[in-house]
Design a protein around this ligand. Structure first.
Ligand SMILES: NC(=O)c1ccc[n+]([C@@H]2O[C@H](COP(=O)([O-])OP(=O)(O)OC[C@H]3O[C@@H](n4cnc5c(N)ncnc54)[C@H](OP(=O)(O)O)[C@@H]3O)[C@@H](O)[C@H]2O)c1
Length: 258
């Protein structure tokens, strides 16, 4: 596994972590991720998987980096504090490594939410603050409100089949040392969509799988990590096998040329 620094923090995180939306758990996925050095899990209060993550991490909590999220309807100051406490309980832990605002809510000021986030960091209940689905302007507003607390990450949809963030969010994050956590990095497991026409051919030529080409393309870029979801242990090995090698520039160009 390869590691990168999380935003402007001193913490290293694996380039591949594991998502848990529609995750069923119980199959050893997170334990295998730990064995392979990919001890990063992403959940959210809305997924209903925090308790399952806690169960799957029994005895491993201190080795794992746990990211979770507060839902957009819960972004008032007192709600953030209460919903963080509820997530901590479900996760059976005394600290969340990365607490993310799941989606912006135009009806609740970002500054109010970030005041609560900064308090949670000061109290030690949260180590790092992140956001998800934020625009550049919203990231700037969040960082202004956080003051000395760094905004370390923005979790956004990013794959070879969904490259919209390349217009502004990705370059902004790279310039300001904010980690991009790529969600739906495997295009939800459907490798036949637009933008993915050349994945299978390059996978065959390289002796890799399509999923490995998709993930390697993502995490070879500065400041980008990816969180595929799987319920299958063998796919943990496959995802981790997407790191430790690089594609040629010509292959990368071929993947993105239409
Ligand atoms: N912040 C947000 O708004 C947001 C939105 C969406 C997702 N997310 C996060 O990102 C995570 C990943 O995104 P996602 O679940 O939408 O999509 P994804 O990771 O792109 O795709 C997951 C699908 O791909 C399949 N899959 C996994 N490995 C595979 C492989 N090697 N070959 C073929 N198929 C494979 C999985 O099936 P099996 O389980 O059967 O392997 C599952 O059906 C989520 O779990 C969640 O944590 C965040």
């Amino acid at each position: 596994m390869e590691y990168v620094q999380l935003g402007r923090s001193t913490t290293q995180v694996p380039k591949i972590g594991f998502g848990t939306w529609q995750y069923h758990g119980g199959g050893g996925v997170l334990r295998r991720a730990h064995e392979l050095g990919a001890a990063f899990v992403d959940t959210a209060e809305v997924y209903g998987t925090e308790a399952q993550v806690a169960t799957d991490l029994a005895g491993l909590r201190d080795d794992f980096f746990i990211a979770t999220k507060v839902s957009p309807q819960n972004l008032h100051h007192s709600d953030v504090l209460a919903h963080c406490a509820a997530s901590l309980k479900r996760l059976a832990t005394d600290r969340i490594d990365l607490y993310q605002v799941h989606w912006p809510n135009p009806d609740i000021p970002i500054a109010e939410t970030m005041r609560a986030m900064a308090e949670l960091v000061a109290d030690g209940q949260v180590r790092y603050v992140g956001v998800s689905n934020y625009s550049v302007a919203q990231m700037q507003e969040a960082q202004d409100a956080l003051g000395d607390v760094p905004l370390v990450s923005n979790q956004v949809k990013y794959s070879l089949g969904a490259r919209e963030i390349e217009a502004d969010i990705l370059p902004y994050c790279q310039e300001h040392n904010i980690t991009v956590i790529a969600y739906s990095p495997l295009a939800k497991g459907d490798f036949s969509g637009p933008g993915l026409e050349r994945v299978a051919g390059i996978a065959n030529a390289r002796g890799k799988t399509p999923a490995q080409i998709m993930l390697n393309w993502l995490v070879s870029q500065p400041q980008v990590i990816a969180i595929p979801k799987t319920d299958r242990v063998e796919r943990v090995d496959e995802a981790v096998g997407a790191t430790g090698w690089t594609m040629d520039p010509a292959e990368r160009t071929a993947l993105t040329s239409s």
